[in-house]
Ligand binder design. Sequence first.
Ligand code: PHE
Length: 381
Amino acid sequence: MLVRFLSRAALPLGASFALLLAGCSGGGSDTIKVGEFASLTGKEATFGTSSHEGTLLAFEEINAAGGLLGKKLELITEDNQTKPGETANAVNKLIAKDGVVALLGEVASGRSLEAAPICQQSKIPMISPASTNPQVTQTGDYIFRVCFIDPFQGTVMANFATNTLKARKVAIFTDVKSDYSKGLAKYFKERFAANQGTIVAELDFNGGDKDFKGQLTAIKAAAPDGVFVPGYYTDVALICIQAKQLGLNVPLFGGDGWESQTLLEIGKEAVEGHYFSTHYAADAAGDKVTAFVAAYKKRFNGKVPDAMAALGYDSAFFLADGIKRAAAAEPAKIRDALAATTAFDAVTGQIAMNAQRDAVKSAVILQVKNGAFKYVETVKP
Ligand code: PHE
């Protein structure tokens, strides 16, 4: 599914689809074309919708301020429907047919890992807003991200379990279908062991499962002080509900994959009190955060931007900064400029690109309280 956008500042997201259906393309060589691939529909639709809205807002702001190098930026968006295989199709099309000079995407690590080899081979810079699995950028020197990586996130949550929750015995419940989940479980485990903690149970599920009671019963029997669930929100919400039904009354905690309003809508009181790490808190202090939250709310009907929205916005401005410093809309020059970024002031914090093209930056921990996400603490790298 294609959504084409060219500086239509006043239109809501649904209207961009309508424009496409009406056959409006808005292309032309007088623009700088940037591709975006996202899960706008399907199981992880809130990931793609949020990152897309953040990205769109950034493009609108850049174009309203005159664009780049005397041209407008054109965002060409493809929906991979959260389906394996669709990201490769989307990326091939954006590069071969649309001739984009750079690509923005994806949130989920598994889908970024599908896109990265294609971008690397085609020598088109790819910037993932939110994929935290280390392998994503290890694919090659054209692949970047504006978020931290899971060895850091796993360490943050292991230290949180040890120091804040005072947990000595933890169970881990991993989604074996997800590169993200498997990686985060591994890094958590390494640090928790280094903290002298004991992993009393390790159970698996498959993303999309509906019944987790067998594994949760085994977890309960191991009597942990807490359960680390490095999953995505749709599964996590059901896991929290079933854990509560089984009387597993210890803190559940996870990583950024928990972050979605849908977690609260499905999980309701079953997710209350639980914790996760993520990239930014909409209720934290800071001028850049405040301005972004206000602009996003104004643009998207009062909606509070989540981490994916903030990272989508940051990925677009990070690219724009690279194009400006490259002084040319050419993929190789943009790559070099992006790699040379030493300090970029983003909504989600100061970004320094390290030699692996990963952003070095802080994480925040949020808790579900009274049906909302509440800021708990910031953890520096
Ligand atoms: N970090 C997750 C991944 O790599 C994706 C994610 C990012 C989910 C931010 C929610 C918020 O798969």
